[in-house]
Design a protein around this ligand. Structure first.
Ligand code: AMP
Length: 606
């Protein structure tokens, strides 16, 4: 038997939610539905967003309401327009096979006459944001005298947004006999007070541990220098090629600046903040929902009520001033039983904030290392390989071109083709990252010593008496370490004893050469080709330094050709034009405004 039927939900509703894909109740649904279905209890549910709260109260409402009557019997109050629309839409979907169900969404920023018209036509369930609801009450346009159930959804958010008084006024319009069901992700004193003032002996339910948030969220932090924050952020984003994230900043200006910088650097990003008109906000949200945006840069207030599933990462570009907000932020990922990562970029001074949040949420943060350039390259390479594996092939469309393509590839072996296709996309990452410094800071708290400086120096200089060089050939070119040693010695005409450590990577290699022999290596590799590719040698870590082979100085992706030069993320992933900068040689690390300094007038509760 369907488990929702066992909980007491009628067949019509079970059929509708089965269509949506609900197979079994989520934990909060399993516990709340039997209690709420009695219709006799006030209720307090401590649950994060994304746990299935809407159905936890929506399904019981559909059982308890008399749909042959046309007056309001249930009022759902929630903090934002997005949530309001979402809840109304969800309830309508659950009620798809029940006759005469009328739900109205009442929210600000939209035409009030349409909403009034819908109310006049007769509704049983009103889903509303507090401000617009009061407006409508003020016009005597709604009769709440028969309301039996009031749901306060995301009560903590509503109070955060200053709706306390509005809620009081709205509730005073409803009969004393009504039942109140309150849902909240956190339980600050103010929410507790609502429960005390408006409920009698409510049934209390906690899903997960108090304040700990969702167990499916991993909390990470990266310790970096304040000035490297943007560079570290981009590196982390590049390390997760499939990232679909929300990036939190503290101010509107910060969101705008980061979004603009990201677009310039070729990412799909846009900002969401309080100064946008409703129309602009809707547009940004639509792009994000449709996945045309990969990164949404938002302030805390603007991000309230965002209920997009499958957000993989919440990124705290700046930590929130108040710990409660950290819980709200991280709750935007790991929805509907999925897993997610909430990561924070912090400098040494901010470590105490992390410790404080850990205490409050009762969970430890894992310290992560900002990936090295080489690691990013490897990750991107294999993401590319996966993409090639999984791409949908339109046989019909491509068929007419195949003979010609085959003909032009005839002289290439399978290995050649694989290497070429990988290099085509991948070289840009490689070139961008090959000299990228270590951005991590020594873990010793408070010490603030930058490991990047130390490792950088080491990597640039190699072991004592040796110089570390870069070569654009690696294991994908079928070199073993021994082969590479032989190749260097034969080409540069130097003894194997002059070669130090050889660090063979996928598509490149670092190797150490005795300082006295460095010039012979550069001379020996002048104009050397390997399988049709010019071999390039550079001193590792010397961006604009000496190099031989393909180009001098820091590689800027100049050989990418006009087409691939425009290959930003949108081009590559979605076939859209972006207007943003290219993703390859133009990308910049660092050199970005430092956002992490003290903000005047900001409240800090850490
Ligand atoms: P909510 O917390 O109500 O916003 O729900 C979060 C997401 O989980 C929504 O996309 C729901 O459609 C989905 N969801 C809720 N209940 C279930 C369930 N029992 N099975 C599968 N998905 C669910």
């Amino acid at each position: 038997m369907n488990p929702f039927l066992e909980l007491g939900i009628r067949h019509e509703v079970v059929n509708a939610i089965t269509e949506i894909g609900f197979e079994k109740p989520s934990p909060i649904q399993e516990k709340a539905i039997p209690v709420l279905l009695t219709g006799n209890d006030d209720f307090v549910g401590l649950a994060q967003t994304g746990t299935g709260k809407t159905a936890a109260f929506g399904l019981p409402l559909l059982e308890l309401i008399d749909f042959s009557q046309k007056h309001p019997q249930a009022l759902v109050l929630c903090p934002t327009r997005e949530l309001c629309l979402q809840i109304a839409k969800d309830i309508e979907k659950f009620a798809k096979f029940i006759d005469n169900v009328n739900v109205v969404a009442v929210y600000g920023g939209a035409n009030i006459s349409d909403q009034l018209r819908q109310i006049r036509r007769g509704v049983q369930i009103v889903v509303a944001t507090p401000g617009r609801m009061l407006d409508i009450i003020g016009r005597n346009a709604i009769d709440f005298s028969n309301v039996k159930y009031v749901v306060l959804d995301e009560a903590d958010e509503m109070l955060n947004m200053g709706f306390q008084e509005d809620i009081n006024n709205i509730l005073s319009e409803t009969p004393d006999t009504k039942k109140t069901w309150l849902f909240s992700a956190t339980m600050p004193r103010e929410v507790r007070r609502i429960a005390q003032n408006y409920m009698s002996n409510p049934f209390e339910l906690t899903v997960g541990t108090k304040n700990t948030g969702n167990a499916n969220i991993e909390h990470h932090y990266y310790l970096i220098k304040a000035k490297d924050k943007y560079a570290a952020f981009k590196r982390i984003v590049d390390f997760y090629p499939e990232i679909f994230g929300i990036v939190f900043c503290r101010t509107k200006i910060e969101t705008q600046e980061i979004a603009e910088a990201l677009v310039r650097d070729g990412y799909n990003a846009d900002s969401l903040h309080g100064d946008l008109s409703q129309q602009q906000r809707d547009k940004v949200m639509k792009r994000y929902r449709d996945r045309s945006l990969q990164l949404l840069i938002a302030t805390d207030v603007a991000a309230r009520g965002i209920d997009v599933n499958d957000v993989t990462h919440v990124i705290n570009f700046s930590l929130p001033d108040e710990v409660e907000n950290y819980t709200h932020r991280s709750g935007r990922t790991a929805r509907a039983g999925k897993t997610g990562i909430s990561l924070s970029l912090v400098n040494v001074k901010e470590l105490s904030k992390i410790r404080h949040i850990e205490k409050i949420i009762g969970k430890s943060f894992e310290k992560k290392e900002v990936p090295q350039g080489t690691e990013v390259c490897e990750k991107q390479l294999f993401a590319l390989v996966d993409k090639v594996h999984n791409v949908d092939i339109n046989e019909e469309q491509i068929a007419p071109f195949l003979p010609k393509i085959m003909e032009s590839m005839e002289d290439l072996s399978k290995e050649d083709i694989i290497k070429r296709f990988a290099s085509l996309e991948f070289n840009r990452f490689l070139e961008y990252y090959q000299n990228a410094p270590d951005l991590n800071i020594e873990a010793r708290e408070g010490a603030g010593r930058e490991r990047g400086d130390r490792d950088d120096r080491r990597s640039r200089q190699g072991s004592k008496g040796y110089t570390r060089l870069f070569m654009n050939l690696g294991s994908v070119d079928e070199f073993s370490r021994g082969d590479m040693l032989g190749f260097i010695c034969n080409t540069a005409k130097i003894s194997g004893k002059s070669i130090g450590k050889i660090d063979l990577k996928g598509v490149f290699t670092f190797f150490e050469v005795e300082d006295a022999e460095v010039n012979r290596v550069f001379d020996g590799f002048k104009d050397i080709d390997f399988n049709g590719r010019q071999v390039r040698i550079e001193v590792s870590g010397e961006g604009g330094g000496r190099s031989e082979g393909g180009r001098g100085g820091r590689p800027r992706g100049g050989d990418r050709g006009p087409r691939s030069g425009g290959g930003d993320r949108r081009d590559r992933n979605r076939g859209e034009r972006s207007g943003g900068g290219s993703r390859g040689g133009e990308r910049r690390e660092g050199g970005f405004r430092d956002f992490s300094g003290k903000r005047q007038g900001s409240r800090s509760k850490y």
